[in-house]
Design a binder for this molecule. Structure first.
Ligand SMILES: O=C(O)CCC(=O)C(=O)O
Ligand SMILES: [Fe+2]
Length: 253
């Protein structure tokens, strides 16, 4: 048996509705201490590698680190993904998101997948191994923004988002104006997010330690995927290995 990845949690109709309503769902402190330790080590390993153009260790992280790779098919990971996406799933990417002190964060954006067929879902599963605070490598979100299924949200700042994309938009279910939310989460937090949700990341403070983070993405197959960071060699190897746990998860379709 692999080590425990998560403490116990619930994904009942209540959590599903919350995720579908907000576009994200945070499980505070879900990662076990052991998983946090192993993840920190693995993320530091990726950080220590020289970059390779076209085959970047941070983008193809699971291909560079066997612990990160093992989590793609960890029974607790697959159980969670199946709860959210149902039976038919594919692995899409595993990208490290380490942010050292002074890291600039990320502007507001969304990601795309299957804009027309809303039956096909795509989720990002963020492991915020050592958590984050508001205005210190903190994730920012707009509850309800994913319901627009807009893959082209871009803004330089909160003010820019508010003056443009957010302006005159209401939550499709409540009719209330959409608002920005700055999250803050403790060590070991896992955040699930529908890929069309508007999100950004605040800059890391200069005197802060590295924020250790990795994202695992999965989807229902059926459409091409733009952020699918899987090398052809890796895909071919997994597909041709009858014993690989990734065999049925690795292909695009
Ligand atoms: O670094 C983060 O917290 C989020 C990064 C991000 O936008 C993403 O992986 O989609
Ligand atoms: Fe993103």
């Amino acid at each position: 048996m692999p080590d425990q990845l998560f403490h116990s949690y619930q994904f009942t109709e209540i959590e599903r509705q919350q995720m579908d309503f907000d576009g994200h769902l945070a499980y505070q402190g879900l990662l076990t201490k052991e998983a946090q330790r192993n993840l920190t080590e693995a993320l530091a390993h990726i950080q220590s590698l020289d970059t390779v153009e076209g085959y970047e260790p941070n983008r193809f992280a699971a291909e560079y680190n066997s612990y990160l790779e093992s989590l793609i098919t960890h029974p607790q990971m697959l159980e969670l993904v199946h709860k959210v996406l149902g039976n038919d799933i594919r692995y899409d990417h595993c990208v490290t998101l380490n942010r050292p002190g002074d890291n600039g964060g990320s502007r507001w954006h969304s990601h795309g997948y299957s804009e027309d067929d809303t039956n096909l879902g795509f989720i990002r599963i963020f492991f915020y191994v050592n958590g984050f605070e508001i205005n210190d490598g903190g994730l920012t979100v707009v509850p309800g923004s994913h319901l627009f299924r807009d893959n082209k949200i871009h803004a330089e700042s909160d003010a820019d988002l508010e003056a443009n994309w957010l302006r005159s938009k209401q939550h499709p279910i409540t009719g209330q104006p959409l608002v920005i939310e700055h999250l803050s989460v403790p060590t070991g937090t896992v955040i699930l997010m529908w890929t069309h949700a508007a999100h950004g990341v605040t800059a890391r403070q200069a005197d802060s330690d590295t924020r250790w983070t990795v994202v695992y993405a999965y989807r229902n197959p059926g459409e091409p995927s733009r952020a699918r960071w899987i090398s052809q060699a890796y895909e071919d190897q997994k597909r041709s290995d009858p014993d690989s746990k990734l065999k049925d998860l690795i292909s695009l379709y």
